[in-house]
Design a protein around this ligand. Structure first.
Ligand code: URA
Length: 238
C-alpha cells in the first residue's frame, strides 16, 4: 500500500501532511529514511517493527482487536456527549479508516469485557445471533433472588416489555442471595437489566465477565486495554 494512503488511514494526517512529514525525514522503513510518500509499503503484522514515524513504531495496521476493561461511566459511542470508550484509546485512533467500533455495546453503567475492532467481518461474526456467542454477566440485585428466576429465564418464553419475540433461553447461576451470573446469547437493548425487571427485581451493578470462551483478563484494571492475541480472538468462538 502507498505510504501516504496507509498513514492517512491510520490517522497520521492528510496525504499532503504525510508527504511533508516524509520529506522532512519523519518516516523510516527498516532503519532508513523514506522520503517518497508514494512508496509501496508491505503491510503485515510486523509493520510496527519496520516502520517508524518520528522515531516511534507506527500504530498497528488495520485488522486490530482491542480488549478493554470498560470502566463505569463511559459510553460505547463515537459521538455522544460525556466520556466515551474511544477516549480511553490514543487520540489518533479516532481518525482511523476503517474506523474502530465497539463489538456490541455495554451500558454506561456496566463494566467489564469489551472488544473493539476495525474488522467489520469479525464484528458481525461475534454479534450475529446465529453464532450464539455466550455473554456472561455478573449482576448485583436490589432484592434477594426468589428461586423462580432460573426457570423463567431458561424457558425461552420470557417476553420483555415492548418486544414481540420471546428471549432465547438464558442460564442463571446464583452466587449469593443478591448476586447472580447470567449467561445470554442475544444482545438486546438493556437485556440483563430488563430481564431482572421482568421478574420484579432491579440490577444495581452489572459487570461482563466473559464473551464466549474469552474471560476478562486479570491484567486489565478498569479503563485499561491491550491488543487481543490470535488465541484470545479464537476463544470468543470456542
Ligand atoms: N444487558 C444490560 O442490561 N446492559 C448491558 O450493558 C449489557 C447487557
Amino acid at each position: 500500500m502507498r505510504l501516504d494512503k496507509l498513514l492517512s488511514g491510520l490517522g497520521y494526517g492528510t496525504r499532503s501532511e504525510i508527504q511533508k512529514l516524509a520529506r522532512a525525514g519523519g518516516v523510516e522503513l527498516d532503519g532508513a529514511p523514506l522520503s517518497d510518500a508514494a512508496a509501496r509499503i508491505p503491510v503485515g503484522p510486523d509493520l510496527p517493527e519496520r516502520l517508524r514515524i518520528d522515531g516511534r513504531p507506527v500504530d498497528p495496521p488495520p485488522g486490530l482487536v482491542i480488549l478493554l476493561h470498560k470502566p463505569l461511566g463511559v459510553t460505547c459511542s463515537h459521538k455522544e456527549d460525556g466520556a466515551l470508550v474511544h477516549d480511553l484509546l490514543p487520540a489518533r485512533w479516532r481518525r482511523r479508516d476503517p474506523a474502530i467500533s465497539t463489538v456490541g455495546r455495554l451500558d454506561k453503567q456496566t463494566s467489564g469485557l469489551l472488544l473493539l475492532t476495525d474488522d467489520g467481518d469479525l464484528l458481525h461474526r461475534i454479534i450475529s445471533p446465529r453464532r450464539h456467542v455466550a455473554k456472561v454477566y455478573r449482576a448485583t440485585l436490589a432484592r434477594p433472588l426468589t428461586g423462580q428466576e432460573g426457570a423463567i429465564f431458561a424457558s425461552g418464553e420470557l417476553m420483555l416489555e415492548g418486544e414481540v419475540k420471546p428471549l432465547t433461553p438464558a442460564q442463571l447461576d446464583p452466587v449469593s442471595p443478591t448476586e447472580a451470573r447470567l449467561t445470554v446469547t442475544e444482545g438486546r437493548y438493556h437485556q440483563v437489566r430488563r430481564m431482572f425487571a421482568a421478574v420484579g427485581n432491579h440490577v444495581e451493578a452489572l459487570h461482563r465477565e466473559r464473551l464466549g470462551g474469552l474471560a476478562l483478563a486479570d491484567d486489565l484494571a478498569p479503563g485499561e486495554w491491550r491488543m487481543a492475541t490470535v488465541d484470545e480472538i479464537e476463544a470468543v468462538f470456542a
